[in-house]
Design a protein around this ligand. Structure first.
Ligand code: NAD
Length: 355
């Protein structure tokens, strides 16, 4: 297979660690990718005084696929989220977050019903409450407003994406998640568009759930759900919840898909408190990578890498701290954690034995 060029954004916080370990694993698997590295976020602030210099964005836009580590967003102040901005700049309007249990039994020993989770959350990524239209109101910041923007066009394209995704991957049901009982205009429009489009997909069951009920249902009986489609903030929250069902943020992959570009990044953030310690779990970034390989038509490489990861997890010899903690809390084993470098070496050893 010909070598393909992919933009690599290492990110900041734990991002450079988990992306470099993934690149190392991909190299060991002879994945034919050439990386175009673009630094944005904290490294760009240090070097250029701004988080996303214009030429960085230009380089990112040269190639259709971006592999990205997490990026920190200042809380309650500072610059706008680069993650949200990138999705808007590249118009990757559908965040696709599969929450699928891994073939690793010990991960689900606490809650066995989470063993069969296979839900895909499709989240709108360019509007909703993340539109960035917000301001303080009145004197002395006596109030504040954030505008929730829902357009027919924005809703249509992501809802259609969810139905098409369901059809393509043989899924049976799409559930629209909303809060239309309270937000009657924005939620109402979202639901109206959903049921209009559902008529074009008679082969796929369509239903809807109010978001608070959906959160409870996901924890109680996740296996009753298939594809969920929802707006920006609700999708953000529900996909972290769904990550918790399948073993936590350390193993949850994600992607942002548009008509021209696709960005692959894990669900988790930059976990700044662990920066430079080489201890966080790189599995989410690695599985995000195999998700990307499948998107690029490199299914065999993806399968090989995943097999090596799952063997390493099932062997339970070398695991990062979050996973040894799970084993200990479940009373299964008390294993000393290893660094994520050692964990990756173990995956590479298993991979080489399979090649
Ligand atoms: P976070 O995902 O960074 O961390 C949440 C919790 O999960 C923490 O306890 C963290 O230690 C743990 N965790 C995260 N990734 C892990 C991993 N790979 N292995 C083991 N444990 C892991 O979320 P947060 O603390 O809410 O946010 C931190 C920063 O990340 C914020 O600036 C936020 O805006 C940003 N963020 C970025 C993205 C992105 O880049 N797409 C997504 C979410 C949050």
């Amino acid at each position: 297979m010909a070598t393909q060029k992919v933009v690599l954004i290492p990110g900041d916080g734990i991002g450079p660690e988990v992306t470099s370990l993934t690149v190392k694993l991909f190299e060991a698997a002879d994945v034919p990718i050439e990386w175009e590295v673009v630094e944005i976020g904290e490294p760009a602030i240090e070097k250029y005084g701004e988080p996303m210099p214009e030429d960085a964005l230009e380089t990112i836009k040269k190639y259709p696929i971006v592999f990205k580590g997490p990026l920190t967003t200042p809380v309650g102040k500072g610059y706008r989220s680069l993650n949200v901005r990138l999705r808007m700049e590249l118009d990757t309007y559908a965040v696709v977050r599969p929450a699928k249990s891994l073939p690793v039994d010990w991960l689900y020993v606490d809650v066995p019903r989470f063993k069969n989770v296979d839900v895909v959350i499709v989240r709108e990524a360019t509007e909703g409450l993340y539109s960035g239209v917000e301001h303080f109101v009145g004197k002395d910041r006596c109030g504040a407003e954030t505008i929730n923007i829902i357009t027919r066009k924005g809703s249509e394209r992501v809802i259609r994406f969810a139905f098409e995704y369901a059809r393509k991957y043989g899924r049976k049901k799409v559930t629209a998640v909303h809060k239309a009982n309270i937000m009657k205009t924005t939620g109402g429009l979202w639901l109206e568009v959903f049921y209009e489009l559902a008529k074009e997909y008679p082969d796929i069951e369509a239903n809807d759930r109010i978001v608070d009920n959906m959160a409870m249902q996901l924890v109680l009986k996740p296996y009753e759900y298939d594809v969920l489609v929802t707006t920006n903030l609700m999708g953000d929250i529900l996909s972290d919840l769904a990550s918790g069902l399948i073993g936590g943020l350390g193993v949850a992959p994600s992607s942002n898909i548009g008509d021209k570009y696709a960005i692959f990044e894990p669900v988790h953030g930059s976990a700044p408190k662990y920066t430079g310690q080489w201890k966080v779990n790189p599995t989410a970034q690695m599985l995000t990578g195999t998700f990307m390989l499948r998107y690029m038509g490199m299914d065999e490489k993806a399968e090989l890498i995943e097999k090596a990861i799952f063997k390493t997890l099932n062997d339970r010899k070398k695991l990062t701290y979050d996973m040894t903690r799970t084993l200990k809390n479940a009373g299964i084993a008390d294993i000393p954690p290893v660094s994520n470098k050692e964990y990756t070496e173990e995956i590479i050893k298993n991979l080489k034995a399979m090649m």
